[in-house]
Design a protein around this ligand. Structure first.
Ligand code: NAP
Length: 502
């Protein structure tokens, strides 16, 4: 390494930690991770609701550089996953790089250097910025009539109020996505009454969640190769099944039939009809739950499908009834299109991210975009985030980004960004492939962008890994900055994309 890059990473969630590890592993030491909260863990720190778990097997939802032989379950609970990420930060000395309680407010490219302003009044300089701000981070708080009239506590699922008693309470849950399903499953039998307000149903697959016996864990501790084999086994299985998501055919038919058959676990025909979606399985993210169908059949759990009319002092009124409640949880999802915003990002020639994304977020291979040199994104637009392990995606992206930064360190170039034409062609290819995906078969979901098309990678995650592992050099524009004057002249010679055809 001929020179040492200064890298600022925004966010110390799963992908921020991953990025930090890969950079350190490549010998980069000048890394500053800006974390607005007081701890690492991102979504696993913010979400602490009862029943929180990952729907990807734990042996596949972990970093390959930090295998954990001690997972308790096939799908381990949220607190255990948070502990895992905390341990990764500790074991690999990542915390040393993290500045907690500091939020990046402005990222400004100043011909050759990023100026990173934070809410404590500081401005740091960086050769590279990597945004690792997560996708499901900003809670979607609906503006339902009369919400302020309700006398009990109301909170979003990602801001769980642990001071609210559950036992003996009547809890309303608004939203029937992955989060609502997990909460209802966990509260059934613990609260006095659980009422799920379902605007529209989601497909749920009743997958069991067995615990790992201590013998299995001991074997994984003794023979780390078992962990690697398990990881590769799950990866292969997920990649095979993922084909069902991106192209019609036998696999899609098999998953569709199996998902629909799962609903037979609900014996009451009326209830079954009420929770049967009118769109294809997998169009929205498929939900895996060992006990949702059991929970909704409990006497203390109700599914209300009549639309919410308004909140009243002691509950929620629908067309026809008033449901009395002590507390309401808004499991109403997130703004999945914000990416690094509200941080203000200003690239080459003062182009802002809001201008560049005025027609919706776009990127080149989910990691970078033209007009923003030396800026990389973890989990940027069109990353393969549908029903797959995001740790695997984060590792592929971190390796890719690290490879570019290492080339900068070897003095190959000073600035790098994807070419406008290459990005446009890539987005056009994705647009052409999207109609074949299951996400385009007619449903609403957080996958869809402003124009109604899915903001996902329309091919297999395997292809994504391969594409990132073998970057097309010709799709990337690099410059060597000789002096400050030539720098300006040269960098300005490239047209700035004011608008991007998606
Ligand atoms: P979501 O899938 O977006 O679901 C939000 C729910 O809130 C939907 O049922 C939606 O109704 C409802 N809703 C939104 N606004 C509403 C309103 N104004 N009135 C009534 N209902 C309203 O959000 P999520 O459940 O938090 O899950 C988001 C994603 O997080 C998942 O898809 C998954 O990727 C991730 N997640 C993963 C896990 C895991 O196990 N790994 C667990 C939790 C979450 P409609 O369906 O009618 O729009």
């Amino acid at each position: 390494m001929k020179r040492s890059p200064r890298v600022v990473i925004v966010g110390s969630g799963m992908s921020g930690l991953c990025m930090t590890w890969y950079l350190k592993n490549a010998g980069v030491e000048d890394i500053t991770v800006l974390e607005k909260a007081a701890d690492v863990g991102g979504t696993w720190r913010d979400n602490s609701y009862p029943g929180l778990a990952c729907d990807v097997p734990s042996r596949f939802y972990q970093f390959r550089f930090a295998p954990n032989p001690d997972w308790s379950h096939l799908f381990s609970p949220g607190p255990e996953i948070l502990d895992y990420f905390r341990k990764v930060a500790d074991d690999h000395d990542l915390r040393r790089h993290i500045v907690f309680g500091v939020e990046a407010t402005d990222l400004t490219w100043d011909t050759g250097v990023w100026r990173v302003a934070t809410n404590d009044g500081n401005v740091r300089e960086a050769d590279f910025v990597v945004t690792a701000t997560g996708i499901l981070h900003h809670p979607n708080i609906p503006d339902l009539p009369g919400m302020s009239d309700f006398q009990g506590p109301i909170f979003h699922s990602a801001r769980w109020d642990h001071s609210v008693p559950i036992e003996g309470a009547r809890i309303g849950v608004v939203g029937s996505g992955s989060t609502g399903v997990q909460i209802v499953s966990a509260l059934g039998g613990n609260a006095d009454q659980v009422v799920l307000f379902q605007r529209s149903p989601h497909w749920v697959v009743p997958v069991p969640n067995p615990g790992y016996p201590s013998l299995t864990r001991a074997a994984h501790r003794l023979l780390p190769v078992l962990d690697q084999l398990a990881y590769l086994g799950y990866r292969t299985a997920f990649e095979r099944v993922s084909v069902a998501l991106v192209q019609p055919g036998v696999r899609r038919t098999v998953v569709t039939r199996a998902t629909k058959a799962g609903l037979r676990a609900v014996k009451d025909r009326k209830l079954r009809a009420a929770i049967t979606p009118d769109f294809e399985p997998m169009c929205r993210r498929l939900i895996f739950s060992p006990d949702f169908y059991r929970a909704v059949q409990r006497a203390d759990v109700r599914v209300v499908t009549t639309p919410i009319d308004r909140f009243v002092a002691d509950g929620i009124a629908t067309d026809g009834e008033q449901v009395k409640l002590d507390a309401v949880v808004l499991a109403t999802g997130f703004d999945s299109h914000a990416f690094m915003r509200p941080t203000q990002v200003s690239g080459r020639d003062g182009l802002t991210i809001d201008q560049a994304w005025s027609d919706g977020p776009f990127a080149y291979h989910g990691v970078a975009l033209p007009g923003f040199p030396n800026l990389f994104m973890a989990m940027g637009p069109h990353s393969p985030v549908g029903n797959y392990s995001l740790t695997a995606i984060a590792e592929a992206q971190a390796q890719h980004i690290t490879a570019w930064i290492s080339r900068w360190a070897d003095d190959e170039f000073d600035t790098i960004e994807p070419r406008y034409e290459a990005t446009r062609a890539h987005n056009a290819e994705m647009k052409a492939a999207l109609p074949g995906t299951v996400w385009s078969t007619g449903c609403t979901s957080w996958y869809l962008g402003k124009d109604g098309t899915p903001e996902l990678w329309p091919w297999s995650p395997e292809k994504y890994r391969h594409v990132l592992a073998r970057p097309r050099r010709e799709d990337w524009e690099t410059h060597k900055l000789l002096t400050a004057t030539t720098t300006r002249a040269r960098v300005k010679s490239t047209p700035t994309p004011k608008m991007m055809e998606k």
